[in-house]
Design a protein around this ligand. Structure first.
Ligand SMILES: NC(=O)c1ccc[n+]([C@@H]2O[C@H](COP(=O)([O-])OP(=O)(O)OC[C@H]3O[C@@H](n4cnc5c(N)ncnc54)[C@H](O)[C@@H]3O)[C@@H](O)[C@H]2O)c1
Length: 256
């Protein structure tokens, strides 16, 4: 399927992996809806990309907000693709703390709400809208790409909430592909390793060098452009479906 002439909705499109995706699909000729909460960055990016790009302030956990972003995507042209790439809150807490008290429930719930429920919220509303578009000669209407993490498979100490949410995203992928198969909509997940996004850069050079030392090859953090290139390929390759693809330079997280 060709991106040119289609509309792509990207959650978290104003920063990090989402922004790289927005830039990549726009360069490939797609129109794009930036669904994010960072007004300044999102408006600047939309203005830079021109009339084919639109910012819709969207909290992925909010039903009405996501529905509105999807409505904007339908107005821009043939809505075929959604990429779920938002970041945000993630609690870091061990199951039992040093003082012997159990981890809080609120942080766990909030993390799962953002990453897992937020992904499902976008998946379900976007899929229903993509299903309204005309299929191509191969019966294809579009695709939805979600973003997990290698923490879904080897979560580190303190990452129980994040790992659970991301494992949930991995678990949804095949079911979504099966559920949406009759509609000609594919579902694929990317599980990045350690990517050099602004959030990651904020940990400082020393920590970044430590992260890089654990990545076999290339011995560096991943580039957001490498994530965006994979997403473009997934969107355009109709035989990729129901799978989670690691993008990690062969990195495997240890316990910490
Ligand atoms: N950066 C990495 O190394 C890495 C590694 C593995 C997985 N991931 C995953 O990739 C995704 C993107 O990571 P990132 O580093 O680009 O994230 P990020 O923290 O830079 O956030 C991306 C965007 O999401 C937006 N956002 C935050 N809360 C939102 C909400 N409720 N609704 C809509 N948008 C919201 C932010 O404003 C931001 O512009 C995340 O799901 C993250 O877990 C990232």
């Amino acid at each position: 399927m060709n991106l040119a002439g289609s509309v792509v909705l990207v959650t978290g499109g104003a920063g990090g992996l989402g922004e790289a995706t927005v830039r990549r699909v726009a360069a490939a000729g797609a129109s794009v809806v930036i669904a994010d909460l960072a007004d300044d960055r999102a408006e600047k990016l939309a203005a830079e990309l021109g009339p084919g790009a639109r910012y819709v302030r969207t909290d992925v956990t909010d039903e009405a907000g996501v529905a509105q972003a999807v409505e904007e995507a339908k107005k821009l042209g043939t809505f075929r693709y959604a990429v779920v790439a938002h970041g945000g809150f993630g609690v870091a807490e061990k199951v039992v703390g040093r003082d012997g008290s159990p981890a809080g429930l609120a942080g766990f719930t909030k993390t799962v709400d953002l990453y897992l429920t937020g992904t499902f919220n976008v998946l379900r509303i976007a899929a229903a809208a993509i299903a309204e578009s005309e299929p191509d000669v191969d019966g294809q209407r579009g695709a939805i790409v979600a973003t997990a993490s290698i923490a879904a498979f080897e979560g580190q100490i303190g990452q129980i909430a994040y790992a659970a949410a991301k494992a949930g995203v991995v678990g949804m992928t095949l079911v979504a592909a099966r559920d949406l198969g009759s509609l000609g909509i594919r579902a694929v997940t990317v599980a990045p390793g350690t990517m050099r996004t602004p959030i990651m850069e904020s940990v400082g050079d020393e920590a970044l060098a430590r992260f890089a030392a654990n990545i076999p090859n290339p011995r560096r953090l991943g580039r957001p452009e490498e994530y965006a290139a994979l997403v473009q390929h997934i969107l355009e390759n109709p035989y990729l479906n129901g799978e989670t693809i690691r993008l990690d330079g062969a990195q495997r997280f240890g316990p910490r």
